[in-house]
Design a binder for this molecule. Structure first.
Ligand code: KIV
Ligand code: ZN
Length: 512
């Protein structure tokens, strides 16, 4: 990254301190179809705080009693990040922020001709008067004030500068430049931010939407031109096509520009998963940084490079963002990928056996099939002369809850041909079923569930639950398990059994 460092030094005008204002809980919650409970907002705010973002916009308190309540509850847990409440430039909105016990208000008013004429029906003078009154009122009540000129990028430049001048005179601490409908490009951003930076000494913030897919590029450009703060959201959520994505913005700064904002970036992937799960907005597999394919490699040439030195085909390491590397098998797979997978599962083949497995995997890929690790294991083990064992098979499941009794699961397993059954309780049905499985297997294999992810729940009454788990045994072997089912408990049990069966296979092949 030496060359980019040089560009940074020579052509950029980076501010000494770059603030991150995360608005997942406000603009992100405006994603069509998304509504978060207080508890869910607390979970996300806590993770954002642990990641280390400077400011969290927790909501728009004037919009509902629930928003005031959630802001208050988030405030009460004592996070380090500064909490921000959104308000129109109206006393009653600012009062709602005060009622939420927040100390930082983000006031806004539309400034573009479209907003003035069609939404607010106010003259330019009235817009300035209203904005100023709001800022003065908030300052008089001891709040830190960030002022946004909504639709700034479609506002006449002179008028925008005029509004900002009056806002600063009224006491605004930060000026925010929203690209409300995402019409900027990097060159237009440069022109705009340079203009604003040359006029004002108060810190400049940007809030860019992603209608043309340029929110992250534009936000970075603004930062390169001296902007002091970026509004971002986890997974790029937000109105319509969303806002600048937190994970993309932070990782470009860190890995391409060498600018460390002091965030614990290893938490990004798990934060993205949490937000995806709680909002129901699942990331596409090719979403940068956090998508399933962000660190997945299939082509033989790439896998060969990756196995020798991961930097050949990765601009950053998966560990940097808490993700993991995946070697995927398919029609483009090369021998190196299959060898590395076999090694992962401790399966030793001689050259002849290996090429038979290799050709079979290629043939499966050519027939359009997505080749899973299970397929590879089954083919390799068959080649070794023994059919793939599934020593543990689910034979029955019964669930009961309610009536003041703890959720109870009765699980019947076949373990190496012998049927066993037990009932256990738990905090919920999944917990009860997994407790029953550990009781049934305690004499056969000591396993620990290291990670449990309910990865996707599609909408509708026939929604599918996808469960992904990682289990480990007493020798430290690890294996993954995955299952998709309409029933969350069933998906959980099958994923856990899948990983345990793989652990047994690994254990047995270690003994050979
Ligand atoms: O996109 C926008 O203009 C906003 C404002 C409230 C800042 O979200
Ligand atoms: Zn917005």
């Amino acid at each position: 990254m030496q060359n980019i460092e040089t560009i940074k030094r020579e052509n950029m005008n980076l501010a000494d301190k770059i603030y991150i204002l995360d608005t997942t809980l406000r603009d992100g919650e405006q994603t069509p179809g998304v509504a978060l409970t207080v508890d869910e907002k607390i979970q996300i705010a806590t993770k954002l705080n642990n990641l280390g973002v400077d400011k969290i916009e927790v909501g728009f308190p004037a919009s509902s009693k629930g928003e005031v309540e959630s802001a208050k509850q988030i405030k009460s847990i004592g996070l380090k990040s500064t909490l921000v409440g959104l308000a129109r430039s109206l006393q009653r909105d600012i009062d709602a922020v005060l009622d939420s016990d927040l100390e930082y208000v983000h006031t806004f008013i539309g400034t573009s001709p479209l907003h003035r004429d069609y939404k607010l029906k106010m003259s330019k003078e009235k817009i300035i008067e209203t904005a100023v009154e709001g800022i003065e009122y908030a300052k008089d009540h001891g709040l830190t004030v960030e002022f946004s000129a909504e639709d700034a990028t479609r506002t006449e430049r002179n008028f925008l500068l005029d509004v900002f001048t009056q806002a600063v005179d009224a006491g605004a601490d930060f000026l925010d430049v929203p690209d409300t409908v995402g019409i900027l490009t990097p060159i237009l951003t440069r022109d705009l931010i340079k203009d604003i930076k040359s006029e004002f000494s108060v810190p400049i913030s940007v809030h860019f939407h992603n209608d043309f897919g340029l929110a992250t590029a534009n936000t970075l450009t603004a930062i390169e031109c001296g902007a002091n703060q970026a509004h971002v959201t986890v997974n790029g959520l937000g109105e319509r096509t969303g806002n600048c994505s937190l994970e993309e913005f932070v990782m470009v700064l860190k890995s391409a520009y060498g600018v460390d904002l002091g965030l614990d970036t290893t938490r990004l992937f798990s934060l993205s998963n949490l937000v995806g799960r709680l909002t129901g907005v699942k990331m596409p597999v090719n979403k940068p940084i956090v998508g399933d394919n962000a660190f997945a490699h299939e082509s033989g040439i790439h896998v060969h490079g990756i196995l020798n030195n991961a930097s050949t085909y990765e601009p950053m390491s998966p560990e940097m963002v808490g993700h993991s590397r995946r070697i995927v098998l398919g029609k483009h797979t090369g021998a190196n990928a299959i060898k590395s997978k076999l090694k992962e599962y401790h399966i030793d083949l001689d050259e002849n056996q290996f090429y038979k497995v290799f050709n079979e995997i290629k043939a499966l890929g050519d027939s359009g099939k997505c080749v899973t690790d299970d397929d590879l294991i089954a083919i390799a083990v068959t080649e070794l002369g023994s059919a793939r064992e599934t020593p543990i098979v689910l034979k029955g499941l019964g669930l009961s809850s309610g009536g003041g009794v703890s959720p109870t699961a009765t699980v019947k397993l076949e373990v190496n041909g012998v049927e066993k059954e037990t009932a256990s309780t738990g905090v919920g049905p999944v917990d009860a079923a997994l407790n029953a499985i550990s009781v049934l297997l305690q004499d056969d294999i000591g396993v620990e569930l290291e990670e449990y992810n309910l990865e996707a729940i599609t909408g509708g009454t026939d929604a599918l639950a996808e469960v992904f788990v990682i289990s480990s045994d007493l020798e430290g072997n690890k294996s993954t398990g995955r299952s998709t089912n309409q029933d969350i408990v069933m998906a959980s049990i099958l994923a856990v059994l899948d990983s345990i069966n793989k652990l047994i296979l690994i254990k047995n092949s270690n003994l050979n």
